[in-house]
Every structure is written in C-alpha cells, then in structure tokens.
Write a new protein. Sequence first.
Length: 341
Amino acid sequence: MRITVLTGGATVERTVAFAGAAQVVAALRGRRHVVAVVDLATGLLSEDVEKRLLRTDVGTALPDVANLIDGERRLLSGGLAALEVVRTADVLFLVVHGGAGEGGILQAVLDVIGTPYTGSGPLGSALAVDKDLSKRLFRAAGVPVAEWCMVTPDFDAALVDRDIGWPAIVKPSKQGSTVGLTLVKRKTDLSRAIAEASRWDDEVMIERFIPGRELTVGVLGTEALPPGEIIPKHELFDYECKYTPGMSEEIFPAAIDATLARKLQELAVKAHRAIKLSGYSRIDFRVTSAGDIFCLEANNLPGLTRTSLYPQAARAAGIDYAEMCERICSLARNIGDERRE
C-alpha cells in the first residue's frame, strides 16, 4: 500500500506524535509498504528531516510550538490537498495528538480531500477530545463516570465541596497526556490549579478523584483487546510516567478476574460507540477497592510510542506492532469506503 503518515503539528504533544510516527513508519516499511511522512506544521518531510524528527524518545520537556501555528493553519486550509502524497495515498495514517489534528478539524479536511484515514471521523474525534461532552454521552449510554463540573464565569468553589469532594482532579477539558492536570487535595490550592489548566484550554473541568486501580482497554474495530493495568511511579499517571521508560509498570493482560475483565471490555465498546468512534480507540478506567468501575476518558488516537499502552494491549491479544498497524490501515480503508457511499 501507499501510506502517508500525518504527524507532528503545532501542539504541545508534537514530540509524542513524532515518537509514535517513528515506530509506525519503521513497522510499515518493514512490511514493504511505500511510506511518506507529512508534518502537519511544515509539510512533506525529506529523508534527512525524517531522520532528525522521528525520534523514539519523547523526553519530559514540552516543545515550544508558537512558530509552527501559521504553518499548520496553511496546511489545513489547503496545503494538504495540494500534496500528491496525501491525495494519492491508499490510506493516511494519523499519528497526531491534541489540537486540530486530534479534535476533528483535520478529519473534516480529509473528508473533503477524500483519502481514507485512520481513526474516527470529525464528530467522534471532537466528542472524544471534549471531556465534558463525552462524559455526558457516556453517562447517557450507561457507562459510569465520576461526578464533575465545569469552571464557568460564575463558578463557585462551594460547588466542589457539595458535589465533587476532595481530593479533586482539575484539568483542561480538551487536552491530552495529562498536560495541565493537577490533583488538588486542599481547597486553598484550587485557584492555582484552575489557572494552570486555563493555560492550556479555554474550558476547565473539575472531577472527583477516584482512588483505586487504573486500567485501560483498547478497541480494535468492533472488538475489545485484553485490559491492561498501569501502576505509575508517581501518584498519577502523568506526562513523565507515560513517556519515560521505567516510570510506570504496565501489565498486559491485567491481573484481574475474568468477570471484571469482561465488564471492562463491554464498557469500553459501549463508550467507543456512545461517542461515535470508529477504527480504533483506547478507553481508560479506574476501579475502586469495592469493585466500582468509573470511565475516565476515551482516546480517539491512542499513543503509539514504544512505551504506549495500545500496542501493549494488541500484543496481549497476539497482534504484533506491524500487524496492528496494518489492521488499523485496513479498517481505515473499509470505513473510508463507507464514508464515500
């Protein structure tokens, strides 16, 4: 197949995207596919630039992307359609996180271009990224979620005392990789956490913190992969723990009983469908000591780096990395045919 990988972009998760793209490109070329790489902020990458940007390590520092925003806008407003490697590809493999690339804008542009692409369409992508809307739809579909509220202009902190409780999670509503997220244990620290989250998004969510085990379930097509458990070195599975080898223990399949595993898989597929995701996704959960399950969020374009959870879930199902990439591509081509009908 002729596959063009779309990656990078002008988001703080730019290096995460490149690290995942490095793995995807190597795997697909290893299966003799013809692969081109396009950075959503700068365009088609030459072989030399590929080697420089597609690094498998992420690091802990967030990149400065201010000078890349205009380039991303140009590509999304017509530049992508002008690229032959985008128009003539058999499939576009999206390895992007955050911003326009993950939140539905890129997907809407690609629908107009007409080339099949991996992951969900514009609506599902937008719903997954918006944590407030996705939680509303999860709850309506019977997927349990923790209590939450949104910070509004007339927000009263007493609402947290009454409905959420302490400790609480404060986070940007439309941001990934725990960027801007704070675990707030005292009311006096709330305003500082809200200010931090506001740096990354115009909407801020406050959510009840659920103590317990952190588990995750990948969805591939219409099937759930084996659940996995994450045991981070820090109190939360934060940016450093996610992207630094050795900073978390990830167990696939999770050491849980079969009944809990099936329930998590059922809820993952239900959540996937509730917000109209397609192709593949990863759904994150917390399970309390009493056995209560809470859905944390959906990831419409799960990370694909060497430390990412989704490839580990696929491996637990007997699917190696290259085969996983090929299956994701095949799903994209089938879904693309359905979109065009």
